[in-house]
Write a protein of this length. Sequence first.
Lengths: 111, 108
Amino acid sequence: EAQVTQNPRYLITVTGKKLTVTCSQNMNHEYMSWYRQDPGLGLRQIYYSMNVEVTDKGDVPEGYKVSRKEKRNFPLILESPSPNQTSLYFCASRDPMETQYFGPGTRLLVL
Amino acid sequence: QKEVEQNSGPLSVPEGAIASLNCTYSDRGSQSFFWYRQYSGKSPELIMFIYSNGDKEDGRFTAQLNKASQYVSLLIRDSQPSDSATYLCAVIALRFYFGTGTSLTVIP
C-alpha cells in the first residue's frame, strides 16, 4: 500500500529535550516536506526537500532541522523544543503530478 | 498579504443542497490548484486538482478556476453529512501554499 508514515503519532516532552519525528514514504517520490498545523493559521510549511541531500526552508523553519540522506526518509529534528512548537505536524510527499500525500500526523505537546 | 485566502466559515448547508467554497490567491504566476478535505484529527486528503481555466467535474464535486480573477472554488452537489469537514485550498507558487480552510457542516 502506497503511504507516508510518521512516528511517533503522539509525543509529550519538556522544553529543551531534543526529539526527532520520523517520516517515511514508499512511493519513490523525490519531493517531501514537513508542515505544522495550528488553529487559525492553517498548514504552514517548515522545510521541504526536492531530492536526496537537497533541502530548503519553508515559511516557518526556525527551531527545526531536517535531513534527507535517503529518498524514502525525511526526519524532522527539534534540537531544543519550546512550548510554541506545540502543534500538529504532517509529513508529505509529492508525486510528479504535484499531488501531495500526507502522513497521519504527529501531535506534539512541549511542556 | 497571504498567498491563499479562504473564508473560514463555518458554512452550514442542509443535506442535499449545494455547498460552495471559495478561495483567492495572490500570485498570478500560480499554475496548479488543489482542494483537500480534512476531517477533524485526520490528515488532509486530495479531492480535486485543476490547472486550466473553467470547470472540472468529478462526481458530486466541481472545481472552478478563474485565473484572471485569481479565484478558485469548489462546489459540492447533493451534500451529505459525510461531507462535513474542513476544506483546504492550496496553490503552487514556487512552493505549496495552503489556505486556513473552510469548515463545512451538512445538516441532516
